[in-house]
Design a binder for this molecule. Structure first.
Ligand code: BDP
Length: 718
């Protein structure tokens, strides 16, 4: 039998009492063990009071009470403010807040912002957490507790914070049978069968976690939509979820299957310009709002990957989106219409198709339509250049769609901190209105003066006890929320606060882990798709390497379509001598990406077909550089393992062992990626693996013959 370390055995004995299974996420509120820090906080917090007892302010009360009790212990709720009271409320709920002359400051915060201020009132020192609306008070409470969780000073606070983006939503690709498309953390949280009568306490915990990072919307159903969710039977269940989420400031949205009028309504058509179709949607929407008065609206995937849409009736995306937008407009609802469209019947480069379809429609969408665009033009690859639609459709509010679930970055087995990936895209300069026209400014509406703005993240959450499968995948959920609130935050600062709240404030743990997280995405790109390679993963399930995939029923679902490897070289020529996809970018981006010499090497094979022997900036040939990346990526995972092992004892044994085992899988899979890709590409280059690099222990055929019919996350009908 395998011997378990003594510490681990001891820990197992105690877990019944206090288990660190990751359920509590970043909201652990364990006692601050650093005496000096705890004493300092106690001096500044002698009591607390929340003005008001609405559903949201009751949550504030519960959070503050729980948070303070957990972190510093026994702080009484007081009836009147004494010295060092923490006082929370809105100007409507609290006379003291009204008397503090904060009107202008509060007004400037918008309806979700908050203010945390150390001040004096009637000679008493107070910490005031105030907001124009109740939800801001909840956000402020979480922020204040975060200061404590991360051991920040609180004696002289003056913090104003409001979100840069209005709509901050999770997209759940959850099916009504509770499977989750591209979900790697168990089944769907939504127990449709038992709803509306059974309310799983987890729904509250889910909403609370989201509120703690400012997420204010959730699309609970898959973009590959099932019309049934719009039936009365399901709408009652949706309404029950909406009731749970409401006090947390979270609105519910549904995916709308475009053919629902036929499937549910028995109509002969779903033509958006047919008045009976419009009427069907108007009636359906009215029914939804009767049950859910603050229903957010619809998310739609149309005419993409076999989904029905307006083009089935020779109408365009604007016709479809506007028809739905008209139905929800009287109720202040919105339509998030996805730009993820491509068709293998179209002979053009897949990377160009979304822009080609949407650019001519710029300015023709209703005011309550947002076009939801993936970060890159292909499909959530480990690394993609930013989507050319950002910065080229000034008359249409564009939403960002990031993928938090790790479909293409190792499922929930690989430690990959995605904030760096999100940031690379957000910080990219579209040059739409000169230098500094970043993607972030496009989506927050500031570049083109759009009052609506939005960002969506495809959720990585499921029924796994720790929500996300990998303990570190929680960081991606967290970072998405934080960047949605403020895209100016750095990936590193977000990592730091997450580590402290999720694990420990011990800097000898925080620093090395921050370093691992910071490197982890680049590492993942290196051992999967270095130098701009893309879409070379296992067919359909996307598990593991499979650059050899060819001859499928759709060319654009094969790997050879994307890497174009030949005896001469490798890479997709999207320059002016190839598909000319670069022309969709503004200058000087188009010129930069289009030039073989200037193109950043991280995107080289995305835009160029390059000879195996051609020299790169390092002086090495392309072949040598490809090998170097694959080998270095795998080696880095080994270094993560080594570093992790030195940290045993600094955190609970349960999560320590969990991460340790997952890192071992990640290392094996990185080697698998390395070996399979290097051998496969070698079959074209005919060149030897450079000296000093270990030779793969299996022949290429071995890797090509591996099969994974039950890899998680796949849609049953694919
Ligand atoms: C791809 C996924 C597929 C989704 C699609 C989408 O493989 O399961 O349905 O994106 O975003 O990445 O619609």
């Amino acid at each position: 039998m395998r011997k378990l370390p003594l510490l681990y055995i001891l820990f197992l004995t105690f877990t019944a009492v206090h288990s660190e299974d990751g359920y509590r996420l970043w909201l652990r509120y364990d006692p601050i063990t650093n005496k000096a820090v705890a004493t300092g906080y106690k001096k500044n917090i002698s009591g607390w009071m929340v003005y008001g007892n609405s559903p949201t302010l009751s949550l504030v009360k519960k959070e503050i009470q729980q948070g303070l009790a957990g972190l510093i212990g026994n702080i009484p709720e007081v009836k009147t403010p004494g010295s060092s009271t923490v006082l929370l409320g809105t100007p409507q709920s609290s006379e003291i807040i009204r008397n503090l002359n904060l009107d202008t400051r509060l007004k400037n915060l918008g309806n979700e912002g908050f203010l945390i201020l150390t001040t004096t009132y009637q000679k008493k020192k107070l910490t005031v957490i105030a907001a124009p609306e109740e939800i801001g008070v909840l956000y402020g409470a979480f922020h204040f507790l975060k200061l404590l969780q991360t051991h920040q000073p609180i004696d002289k606070l003056d913090i104003e914070s409001s979100p840069r983006i209005n709509l901050r939503v999770l997209n759940h690709w959850d099916n009504l049978d509770r499977t989750v498309e591209r979900g790697y953390a168990g089944f769907s949280l939504w127990d449709w069968h038992k709803l509306p009568d059974y309310i799983d306490p987890r729904y509250h915990d889910y909403a609370r976690a989201n509120a703690s990072i400012g997420i204010n919307g959730t699309v609970v159903t898959n973009v590959n939509a099932n019309a049934r969710v719009l039936s009365e039977y399901y709408l009652e269940k949706v309404a029950a979820l909406a009731d749970v989420f409401r006090p947390y400031g979270i609105r519910i949205y549904l995916t709308a299957r475009f053919s629902a009028p036929i499937e549910l309504g028995g109509l002969k058509t779903a033509d958006p310009l047919d008045p009976t179709v419009q009427q069907w949607w108007n009636d359906k929407v009215k029914e939804i709002y009767t049950l859910i008065p603050d229903f957010g609206g619809f998310l739609v995937k149309a005419n993409s990957e076999g989904q029905p849409g307006p083009q089935n009736y020779n109408r365009n995306h604007a016709d479809g989106a506007n028809m739905l937008a008209d139905a929800v407009a009287p109720f202040n609802g919105i339509v998030m219409w996805r730009a993820f469209v491509y068709d293998d019947k179209v002979p053009d480069d897949r990377a160009k198709q979304a822009y080609n379809e949407f650019k001519p429609l710029d300015g023709t969408f209703r005011k309550n339509v947002l076009i939801q665009v993936k970060n890159g033009a292909i499909d959530f690859q480990p690394r993609e250049p930013f989507h050319p639609m950002f910065g080229t459709l000034p008359h249409t509010p564009l939403m960002m769609e990031f993928q938090i679930t790790q479909e293409y970055t190792g499922f929930s087995t690989h430690l990959v901190y995605l904030a760096n990936q999100f940031k690379e895209c957000l910080d990219a300069d579209t040059h739409a209105k000169g230098t500094g026209s970043t993607v972030a400014k496009v989506i927050d509406g500031s570049l083109d003066n759009h009052s609506r703005s939005g960002i969506a993240g495809v959720a990585n959450i499921g029924t796994d006890r720790n929500w996300t499968g990998h303990p570190f995948a929680q960081a991606n959920w967290y970072a998405f929320g934080r960047l949605a609130w403020d895209h100016q935050l750095s990936a590193q600062s977000i990592a730091e606060e997450w580590i402290k709240m999720t694990f420990t404030n011990d800097q000898t743990f925080v620093n090395p882990i921050k370093e691992i997280m910071d490197k982890s995405w680049e590492t993942n790109v290196s051992y999967m798709t270095p130098l701009g390679l893309h879409h070379i993963m296992g067919w359909s399930h996307h598990y593991g390497p499979a650059p050899w995939i060819k001859d499928k029923h759709r060319a654009d679902w094969t790997s050879v379509y994307y890497h174009q490897a030949s005896k001469e070289g490798i890479g997709f020529n999207r320059s002016s001598t190839g598909s000319n996809a670069i022309a969709q970018y503004n200058e000087p981006v188009a010129r930069l990406f289009g030039s073989r010499e200037q193109c950043p090497e991280k995107f080289l094979l995305w835009f160029h077909h390059v000879g195996w022997d051609e020299k790169l900036k390092s002086g090495k040939t392309l072949w040598e550089e490809i090998c170097r990346h694959y080998y270095a990526g795998a080696e880095e995972v080994k270094s993560f393992q080594q570093k992790w092992n030195t940290l045993e004892g600094k955190v609970d044994q349960e999560r320590f062992e969990h991460v340790k085992m997952l890192l071992a899988i990640q290392y094996n899979e990185a080697i698998w990626w390395r070996n399979a890709c290097v051998l496969y590409f070698q079959s074209f280059s005919g060149l030897p693996i450079p000296n000093g690099l270990e030779k793969p222990d299996q022949p290429l055929e071995y890797y090509m013959n591996l099969e994974f019919p039950y890899a998680p996350g796949i849609r049953p009908q694919w």
